[in-house]
Design a protein around this ligand. Sequence first.
Ligand code: IMP
Ligand code: MG
Length: 437
Amino acid sequence: MTFAIVVGTQWGDEGKGKVVDYYAAQADIVVRYCGGANAGHTIVSGGRKFAFHHVPSGVLYPEKINIIGNGVVLEPKKFFEELGQLDAVGIKPNIKISPRVHLVMPYHVAQDGAEEGRKGALAAGTTKRGIGPCYSDKAARFGIRVGELLQPELFREKLHTMHTLKVKLLKEVYGVDFTQSEDEICKLYTEYGKRLAPFVADTGEILSDALSKKKQVLFEGAQATMLDIDHGMYPFGTSSNTSAGGACTGSGIGPTAIDEVIGVVKVYTSRVGAGPLPTELNDATGQAIRDKGGEYGTTTGRPRRIGWLDLPTLRYAAHVNGLTGLAFTRLDTLSGMQKVQVCTHYELDGKKLLIPPASYTDIARCRPIYKSFAGWDDIGADKWRACAKGGMKSLPARAQAYLKFISGEVRVPIYVIGVGAGREDTIVLKEVFSKKA
Ligand code: IMP
Ligand code: MG
């Protein structure tokens, strides 16, 4: 029996999907615990491509329970689009949604755009999916939860209060006309409520039952540590607890249930959105990695910013998440370079920093100090796949040295190494779930 969390250690898009997909195959339950339609991942299965935002990665397996935990914010329209993709190929996923999940309302989306426009240099470059305003309303106790959609009178009353307020806020503060009427939203969301009702269940209790029955549970992180509302690079992150602690608060199970926390590490850095990025490569090397890795956002299509691997960030992620294992991705993408650099620490005001400072203004002043590694050859897709079979020892020696150095510096063992996009292109050094007969 294992309860395991998979979490991004950098700024998102580390390739969590691939790692999650591997472990999901062995789990009984897969849980999403944070974020909403800001997340985007593509799953290729049986030659078919699915673009998901909310649904957990176990949905393609009909026998698995997929939980959307209370820490998630749900945009019903997008959720039903995802179900539509599954329905089109005859898959009826087993999804359970917590009644405590907050709803992204149309005015949140309008507010996201309006607020970003006013933040100037402090705009995070959000996905404009209404995530920030929805979590703000949750914290301010203004939010509307999925469970309340199932109580039409209560829903109507709350919507009336919020709609009146948001129309005024958008008009008088932001100069934006929000034209969708209360009646229109009420009708739309009442209909969503009827369609959501069969999915609503006490997901915390399902997990506690799974614990007593010694089931295997995978908590699937969305976004990443540096985007966490508390531990990320505030304010250039998202609005939920994306790090491992969020798996507990966002699903309703206590920290003592968790056995493993696997941090996904892309062997270089990327991010979408604004904020300082100490190891950023604004040059031909950065462009070459972007092109080779197809580094463009899944949700927004934006080109991702690229940089060298940043050890201060990784050390910090190891502490914040309590990592028990590392899952490296994209070793093949970083191949074929003469030299590869790793930032071992920062220098700030004459001091050596091993982890990032709290303030983004300080991070912006940090000077990254690099260690150079000789690059490894791009041996081509077939040989990379052969390495996946042959294990770590069959990897190019320089690539092994690079990975061992990183693991040693952050003091977390290597569990997984990704050497290509496919399921078969994965070296697994340590299993976390006991294999089923
Ligand atoms: P929001 O979550 O839409 O409010 O966006 C806040 C910041 O987080 C922006 O810089 C986004 O680009 C970033 N972000 C949000 N979700 C993801 C994700 O799933 N992957 C990578 N970056 C993300
Ligand atoms: Mg993504």
